[in-house]
Design a protein around this ligand. Structure first.
Ligand SMILES: CC(=O)N[C@@H](CC(=O)O)C(=O)O
Ligand SMILES: [Zn+2]
Length: 314
């Protein structure tokens, strides 16, 4: 990235793009779309983009489970990617190393330009794009483009650059990592509305990259994002067992304001537990099935407006 006198940021052409499905083998929209595109890629082809659809965790897809040994979407740590051990390592660690060789190496000039990683959530989040950095102008301009293209439908942007809660995703191998999370959809289930919503987002995302590669200049813009603040666990007893559920007035209310004092959990004996924070937050990933094992009932976020400079191909 370099800045010229008129503040347009010049960014390398995004020629190599991958679309990952099956990072979690029971999130069926991505598994199904990517499998379809591996058989016939007409829909994802663009003149100036080489798009590679890829199933990242085939063993988990086969078993229709989130993962086999360990969560692939947490496995792309520098330690994992550099550990020798070959066939003795957990399956997903081996897979992370393979993916890093094919699409990375992570952090190097040889890495893929863009990776879209397709996920589903059991939470009522609608279409959510997930970013890992607030200063990637290419991705911010892409978010702005997609939001305008799908209007009056909407998609929100979740920004996870929290020092402790950020994790080492499959897409993090790319220069411009983009997560796409669409819900609500149960694990192992396909719903046509969710499938189509995901497909439309991908179409606009690829159109944006094509226009960028053709040399179009994108004017400065602002993007509303929801920044990850805090992980909230379920209330538990001394043995670590869950003693309450997401409160009925919070369930399915992803992205809606949660104010200090608002109901948050309901214990099995009917007591309400209230949110004790000091300011209004926007909860999301509310009651995500995969997060029980991660001790997370939901995450809180705060609304922010990010600014992206004008960009153009270098
Ligand atoms: C429900 C789910 O799997 N969500 C993804 C979110 C992401 O891709 O950042 C995950 O936890 O890996
Ligand atoms: Zn997932």
């Amino acid at each position: 990235m370099s800045s010229s006198y008129n503040n347009t940021v010049h960014i390398n052409e995004a020629r190599r793009v991958a679309i990952f499905g099956g990072t979690h083998g029971n999130e069926m929209s991505g598994v199904t779309l990517v499998s379809l595109w591996m058989k016939n890629s007409t829909e994802i082809q663009r003149k100036r983009v080489e798009t590679k659809p890829f199933i990242t965790n085939p063993k988990a897809v086969e078993k229709c489970t989130r993962y086999v040994d360990t969560d692939l979407n947490r496995a792309f740590t520098p330690e994992n990617l550099s550990t020798p051990g070959g066939g003795h390592l957990p399956y997903e660690v081996q897979r992370a190393q393979d993916i890093n060789r094919m699409f990375g190496p992570k952090g190097s000039p040889d890495a893929y330009d863009v990776i879209f990683d397709l996920h589903n959530t059991t939470s009522n989040m609608g279409c959510t794009l997930i970013l890992e950095s607030s200063n990637d102008y290419f991705n911010l301009q892409m978010m702005n483009y997609i939001k305008k293209a799908i209007a009056p439908a909407s998609c929100l942007v979740l920004l996870n650059e929290h020092p402790l809660l950020k994790y080492s995703t499959s897409r993090s191998v790319a220069k411009h990592p983009v997560g796409l999370e669409v819900g609500p959809q149960p694990q192992g289930v396909l719903r046509s509305n969710i499938f189509e919503a995901m497909r439309v987002i991908l179409k606009h995302a690829l159109d944006f990259i094509e226009l960028f590669n053709e040399g179009m200049e994108f004017s400065p813009c602002t993007v509303e994002v929801f920044r990850v603040l805090e992980r909230i666990d379920y209330p538990r007893d001394a043995n670590g067992n869950i003693i309450a559920m997401v409160h009925p007035t919070l369930q399915d209310c992803d992205w809606e304001p949660l104010n200090p004092g608002d109901p948050m959990f309901q214990t099995f004996d009917g007591k309400t537990i209230h949110y004790q924070g000091s300011c209004t937050v926007y909860p999301t990933f509310i009651n995500e099935a995969a997060y029980y094992e991660k001790q997370q009932a939901f995450v809180t976020t705060r609304r922010e407006t990010l600014v992206a400079s004008s960009i153009r191909k270098a």
